[in-house]
Design a protein around this ligand. Sequence first.
Ligand code: ADP
Length: 885
Amino acid sequence: MDSIGPVGLQQREGAPGCSQEGLPCPSDSSELVLECLQQFKVTETQLQQIQASLLGSMEQALRGQATPASAVRMLPTYVGSTPHGTEQGDFVVLELGATGASLRVLWVTLMGTEGHRMEPQSQEFVIPPEVMLGPGQQLFDFAAHCLSEFLDALPMDKQGLQLGFSFSFPCHQTGLDRSTLISWTKGFRCSGVEGHDVVQLLRDAIERQGAYSIDVFAVVNDTVGTMMGCEPGVGPCEVGLVVDTGTNACYMEEARHVAVLDEDRGRVCISVEWGSFSDDGVLGPVLTTFDHALDRESLNPGAQRWFEKMIGGLYLGELVRLVLAHLAQRGVLFGGCTSPALLSRGSILLDHVAEMEEEVGEATRVHALLQDLGLSVGASDAELVQYVCAAVLTRAARLCAAALAAVLSRLQHSREQQMLQIAVATGGRVFERHPSFLSVLQKTVMLLAPQCDVSFIPSVDGGGRGVAMVTAVAARLAAHRRLLEENLAPFRLNHNQLAAVQAQMREAMVKGLRGEASSLRMLPTYVRATPDGTERGDFLALDLGGTNFRVLLVRVTAGGVKITSQVYSIPEDVAQGSGQQGILLNWTKGFSASDCEGQDVVCLLREAIGRRQAVELNVVAIVNDTVGTMMSCGYEDPRCEVGLIVGTGTNACYMEELRNVAAVAGDSGHMCINMEWGAFGDDGSLDLLRTCFDANVDQASINPGKQSFEKMISGMYLGEIVRHILLRLTSLGVLFRGQQTQRLQTRDIFKTKFLSEIESDSLALRQVRAILEDLGLPLTSDDALMVLEVCQAVSQRAAQLCGAGVAAVVEKIRENRGLEELTVSVGVDGTLYKLHPHFSGLVAATVRELAPRCAVTFLQSEDGSGKGAALVTAVACRLAQMARV
Ligand code: ADP
């Protein structure tokens, strides 16, 4: 059996009455005392079982499996790395729950790598019992009051105060400054706090107090503060262990092992929350009648939290009191008499235990303390009381060692190391006041985790410095976030801005139709009707893409539309040579049939077909992709009267009243108008919305000053806009640690398809990072999150602008027809629209908002260009036949 400190009662097993390690031999009544204290003995086997059970509980919680309330919680904090030592600045730290029934405020100055360490200023305030058990607001108001009282007395400059909140209770953290209390522990029980964000409660109280303007940047618990504030020795300190009022530990876990985080790189600090550990299987045999009595009297009876109640300082004094009262009642102590004080809860505190335990050999202080409790102290009483204190403390230290050994085994396993060398930062009054606690702990850990080489480092400033460290990091992140928001704000369009775009679009449409100066050309397409479903026949369509030339046979029957196609690649000499085919290249770029070039295409095609004389063909119509999209969807849905493309470029067309089209004679009937809306805003009407990033993209484009609307919306440009924002954020030091990379300076390196991938809901941030790392941009999780937000802002604006345009179009159709309500469909094509995870939804939402009297359905076209061209022809043939009849 191991040695367990100066007054180790466990060692007396089988050798009653003999002295040990210089202790005087106890008197006869010691037999009875020892018998009673036997209950506090925990064997090595029991410790090993506890260690194993705790490890199992930890690993289960890490895997995200539902664990009983009696298990450890393993709560991820948002602390991702141990300090570099470069952190600097002045910080205010408010500690609640770390030091029992008191609250501590500290002023911590971090000097970075250069400076020497400065002692913090601090003040401790006792929390009145009625505040600890009263309404939550009262507690937080008390905290805010203490803060300003402390600050009032400081001579420092108190502008822009940065505060770190050390809140040492089990919390669900969702950010460095967002933390929801799960349940009070350690003797606190304020109403209205559980289930609420404690940072917000503190902020509200500071605001109510109104004395200082203080930013709360981070919330951590005392174990994290202890770990983070530790002066790094040989290696970083990666475990924090606190035994104060309660007990807990934290350590740096590999993020990939933490199921709830969905993160595969780096480490994250996990708060073990072992106070709740209560596995009856392994702890049952260890529990004494005194533990059960203590549980019954506690604030949370039944919610056993056995570990906290056997180790935490709040309970150690109480356990001692219960044992002493029992022994007095048995006639063993104090001449068989108790006192009202001895029988009342809370009369022996942790500090008393420390004093009684310390004075081995010279028992006057013990005498005084016991007399204060109204007890008559007999000759051997003081000594026996020391045994009781030692037994209670030794058990606590050994249980704590078993728990720490579980954490160390976990670390050793997750780091895949044979021999783990690690530093553990220790903090809390049990360590400070009871030197024997650490020595018992150390010896027991060596026994239970022989494969770990552990050095114990006492915490600095009771963890206050560590909280300041975390706050420094959080403050830097918050500053970055502000810069991010400033740069993204111009992309976030409100309702009024979008309504203004809609109104301007409407005005430009009207002017364009009238033939007045307008950025919208509003080209007539000579397509006078959408399909009505009666079209029949075989049609040949030619679709010329960038590299391919597709011939489609489109068969329109009563059973639907069937397409057979063949793809030919265009020989380079043909594509680049001048002549007949050269004009064809314009075909897919959106020129309309009314254009001279378009007419030429038809003639040339006719001639070319004539030259081949292979088949009998009649070239009837030529359409652009927007019209084709509308027509192809129109065959399925006769209400489809708008066509929209959002791919490399963007454009729209719709069915206008012929009487409104100045360029074409006739007063009745309809005509499809190709808006060429990509050019919208080229007259400066969008300038108010354009950001400096849009200007950068425009200047670097092949057509500066042209296609303003398109450059804010379409696939050719979104990636570039994002790239320019990322460049700016890097130069501000917000991203990539401020390091510009050559890759990011390369034009078009950031593809628009990355926006889709990054914004995809099913992708985790880690995949965002993988995408960017493929681009040679190594980033942290914080970087990845910011890049995601940049992408969201850019694609959201694009979709909303597009939606404002569609709203203008459908509203015009509704008013043209004098309808209260319009039901209409929009045929859409384009890879950005179809593949971006949120684009289509945002377009629809914007249209609903801006055109509430139109019920708009969006239909995605399939093979719009080929099928659409055939259907335009089919409709033209139908109309021609009708005219002949
Ligand atoms: P086009 O408009 O040239 O006829 P597409 O409709 O296929 O052809 O659009 C191509 C454009 O779509 C590309 O320029 C690219 O920017 C964009 N794009 C490609 N893949 C995606 C994607 N997964 N998500 C969003 N945009 C994409």
